[in-house]
Design a protein around this ligand. Structure first.
Ligand code: GLC
Length: 529
């Protein structure tokens, strides 16, 4: 398959997100760790994954569960040591797996030595590493910028008589990326991990990196309604997606490009018309600006078809698409759309044109777990309670087996396990050909076997109401993917040999003839070879 070699691994492959707190605990402290991930690496090869992205594992006070970093170039003791990391990376590579790290250049922890120095005095050499501002004339915050996690984004520092800016928690002061010393220090972080051999980075909240240098007030959001997160009262016009961000990304890309075959993925919650700029002019930016539209979308065929149409139409020439179904910040797919539709979602994710990112446990049909008030860990839920913003429900321990604590830990897990873990787990589902895990594995195997499904061309088809259908083609191979979003059967006028169905009861191989019905929530892949 030599013509496939023009495609990079991150174009052909599938990325799996590991949330390290919850993946596998090797030492019984109730928190996942690197040795735990290492012990489970063969799960990824069994499943058919190409790359794992691990959310932050660096030293951190864990105010935001690792997204508040106090040392960019080390491993938090909860997760292990640098030696553990090297061993994990070596084993992953031996198994043919790529490893992607999280990179958080927007902010540090307030315990980072840079911030400790910066807050000590206005004259400190590190003062300018962060964003300080005098109070407004009334002594209040300098402007109306809001924290994503509730309240003003400005925190008063009495010792030095200024405010500092934090887009997230006050324990996460934003770095001043306009300062070339900050930029250089953060580029060195990339080099540190690249030298160790990592295969790429997922850049955290990249659209926040640069803020308006005139500190203009954000305009009110005309669409804000009671019940929406409070920070959405204003539009983030002057705090996100500033034009200077693209030069900053190009600098990161230039560092990454000094190493062969690495990937740069970025988190930017933006509509397609803004997101496309993150590929950079002449594709000098991110390889994969995350496409989160499926996470927000209403689960209807017409809505999903429109998203795919708009996405395909907006991609710059040569830009590679990608799709995300879930992550550690949003309700799980099985909870958003239901168990039956989650199977359809698996077909959608793994046959759409572009690199899929799969969130740990979604392949088992894991659902959001209700968290009792006394067990809440997420600072967002603590700061802004009652709106359902908390992210603990989608961060609960991976369900490995029917054993105590689902085989995740021999201690007591940091978050509760789902009630259904004795049924919904790797061990039980591996033996069940009708499980969603078996469906994921079959889809991943088919995708690997059939380049058309991974890197092939895409063409949308109109096959009737409630149906989203498209063709994938590569060389002589041609497949049709037909997805029934309705809760009822739907006749579909198409033909082909059914090579995969998401429906539990369908007998394979079978053929579709004009007007064969698709079962409720069924997705099929038809071959026309
Ligand atoms: C990103 C992360 C989220 C974190 C935030 C602040 O959105 O995905 O988990 O809280 O950035 O770092």
């Amino acid at each position: 398959m030599s013509e496939l070699s023009v495609f990079k691994w991150w174009q052909r492959g599938v990325v799996y997100q590991v949330y390290p707190w919850s993946f596998m605990d090797s030492n019984g402290d109730g928190i996942g760790d690197l040795q735990g991930i290492r012990a489970r690496l063969e799960y990824f090869t069994w499943l058919g994954i190409d790359a794992i992205w691990i959310s932050p594992i660096f030293p951190s006070p864990m105010a935001d569960f690792g997204y508040d970093i106090s040392d960019y170039c080390n491993i938090d003791a909860r997760f292990g040591t640098l030696a553990d990391f090297d061993a994990l990376l070596a084993d992953a590579h031996r198994l043919g797996l790529k490893l992607i790290l999280d990179y958080v250049p927007n902010h540090t922890s307030d315990r980072h030595p840079w911030f400790l120095a910066a807050r000590s005095s206005r004259d400190d050499a590190y003062r300018d590493y962060y964003i300080w501002h005098d109070p407004a004339p009334d002594g209040g915050p300098p402007n109306n910028w809001l924290s994503e996690f509730g309240g003003s984004a400005w925190e008063w520092e009495p010792a030095t008589g200024q405010y500092y800016y934090h887009a997230y928690l006050r324990q996460q002061p934003d770095l001043n990326y306009r300062n070339p010393r900050v930029r250089d220090a953060l580029l060195q972080v990339l080099e540190f991990w690249l030298e160790r051999g990592v295969d790429g980075f997922r850049i955290d909240t990249i659209h926040h990196l640069i803020k308006d240098d005139q500190f203009r007030d954000n305009p009110p959001n005309p669409d804000w309604r009671e019940g929406m997160p409070p920070h959405r009262r204003v539009l983030r016009s002057y705090t996100t997606d500033r034009p200077e961000v693209h030069a900053a990304i190009a600098d990161m890309r230039a560092v990454v490009d000094q190493y062969p075959d690495r990937v740069l993925i970025g988190e930017a919650w933006l509509p397609f018309d803004r997101l496309m700029a993150y590929y950079g002019s002449d594709l000098s930016g991110l390889h994969l600006p995350f496409n989160f539209q499926l996470i927000n979308a209403r689960w209807e065929a017409a809505v999903i078809a429109a998203i795919a149409r708009e996405y395909e139409a907006s991609l710059p020439p040569g830009a590679w698409p990608n799709w995300v179904l879930g992550n550690h910040d949003r309700s799980r797919i099985a909870s958003r759309v239901g168990n039956a539709a989650a199977r359809l979602a698996a077909v959608l994710l793994l046959t759409s044109r572009g690199t899929p990112t799969l969130y740990y446990g979604d392949e088992l049909g894991m659902r959001d777990v209700a968290i009792a008030p006394e067990r809440v860990r997420d600072p967002w839920e603590k700061n802004v309670p009652g709106l359902g913003l908390g992210r603990d429900p989608e961060r609960t321990p991976m369900q490995w087996s029917p054993a105590t604590n689902a085989g995740f830990t021999r201690g007591s897990p940091w978050l509760p396990l789902a009630d259904d873990y004795e049924r919904t787990n790797v061990e039980v589902e591996q033996d069940d050909p009708n499980s969603i895990l078996s469906l994921y594995r079959a889809l991943l195997a088919l995708r690997r076997r059939e380049p058309a499904l991974a890197v092939g061309d895409y063409r949308a088809l109109e096959l009737g109401p409630d149906i989203y259908a498209f063709e994938r083609r590569h060389g002589d191979a041609r497949f049709t993917v037909v997805l029934n979003f309705a809760r009822e059967s739907r006749p579909v006028s198409t033909t082909g040999r059914v090579v995969l169905s998401s429906a539990v009861a369908r007998e394979l191989p079978s053929s579709m003839t004009p007007s064969s019905p698709l079962l409720p929530h069924e997705g099929v892949i038809l071959s026309h070879a």
